[in-house]
Write a protein that binds this ligand. Sequence first.
Ligand code: CTP
Ligand code: MG
Length: 183
Amino acid sequence: MSIEIRLLQALWFIMPAYVANSVPVNVSKIKELERFGRPIDGGRKWLGVRILGDGKTWRGLFSGVFMGTIIGLIQVLIQRDVAEFFRVPLPQMSIELAFMLSTGALVGDMAASFVKRRVGLGEGDPAPLLDQLDFVFGAFFFAWLLTRTIDYDRFFVIIVITPVIHLFTNFIAWFWKLKREPW
Ligand code: CTP
Ligand code: MG
């Protein structure tokens, strides 16, 4: 199969996780939702350090899972038309799969924060590749819980393209002065 088709299929599969992962940071800027921004770890510490930190909130978790699942629902509805338009078979999306991909994405992100706190990295400190890929691992693991299969080729494609997409979108955001640094 050609590279474009593989890319399209991989993106179609991982889309709910991409959405789930990118929603929380935007929702955190909505003033009206501030009171739902309590940290998931409740401010608790373990061995003197926060379990997850203030960057992992209930608001982020619920909004991410919700929006990721909604995107999956939209994908279910337009699946046939998109496949016909591009003349490629697309991996079947479902509400259950979208829910698991989204939940897994955010659990993966929380797991990474847990690891970062344990090794002494502060909230928001960069952990290159871990920060960009944590949600992909979580999403694939949760999808596996549902389907008990992993398409390793697809996994590999997503692991490679995700950091590239990340750098590219951050550069665009910096270019349009939406971000302070270009990375
Ligand atoms: N966010 C949230 N709830 C989540 C995940 C993210 O509210 N479950 C919001 C927070 O405002 C967070 C921002 O999205 O600061 C960016 O998320 P991320 O980069 O993953 O967190 P960091 O602040 O960098 O913290 P950490 O070092 O723990 O990754
Ligand atoms: Mg993170």
